[in-house]
Design a protein around this ligand. Sequence first.
Ligand SMILES: N[C@@H](CCC(=O)N[C@@H](CS)C(=O)NCC(=O)O)C(=O)O
Length: 210
Amino acid sequence: MSYKLYYFDARGLNEPLRMIFALGGVEYEDVRIPLGDIPPPPTIPAEIKEKCTWGQVPMLEFDGRKICQSLAMQRYFAKKFNLVGSDDWEAAQIDEYVDSSKDFLQVWVPPLTEKDPAKREELIKETKAKTVDKYLKTFDKIISANGGKRLVGKNLSWADLWLAHVLNNLELVGGVKLAEGFPALKALCDTVFATPEIKAWVEKRPKSKF
Ligand SMILES: N[C@@H](CCC(=O)N[C@@H](CS)C(=O)NCC(=O)O)C(=O)O
């Protein structure tokens, strides 16, 4: 099978798929559209945009087919590589934590794309205050109640990948270290990034700004 994955030269919404591909040993062409200087928002070249069903990336082409929503493509491969829990209830909880991790990532877009240094610092402070209770404490409690290093069940899930990616990305993009002071969150991140296939991917992945 030949896979062609289109996204910006960024981790963003698409990095969990690259992590899932690393775990599943999937070879693919990683098409990275240059981001330019953000803001303004980046643009997708017309010849790619017109192929994207919703006019946005990520988009994955394979086997004469294409899929164009980040979570839909991630869930499709997460199922193939046993990252969706052991029954429908676990799969639903995993979906909930994936959606919440994506919300958590998106709350951080305005501060981390703000160019004015003083405004950026102010927005980072405000967003930190907003996210501590809503996301960090809540996720930390969920992981602790599940034994201390995973969100759901006994095995690694794509929700663990998402949450570890969001925390890692905030640190890489903005130097914002949120897992400190939350032992279960930290243990989850350490476990994800110590997984040999993920570790190898992170060591070789392109260094992008976002
Ligand atoms: N719901 C979509 C959102 C995709 C999305 O927001 N893509 C952005 C990049 S992260 C994009 O394509 N921006 C350029 C554009 O809208 O022209 C998904 O999860 O895949």
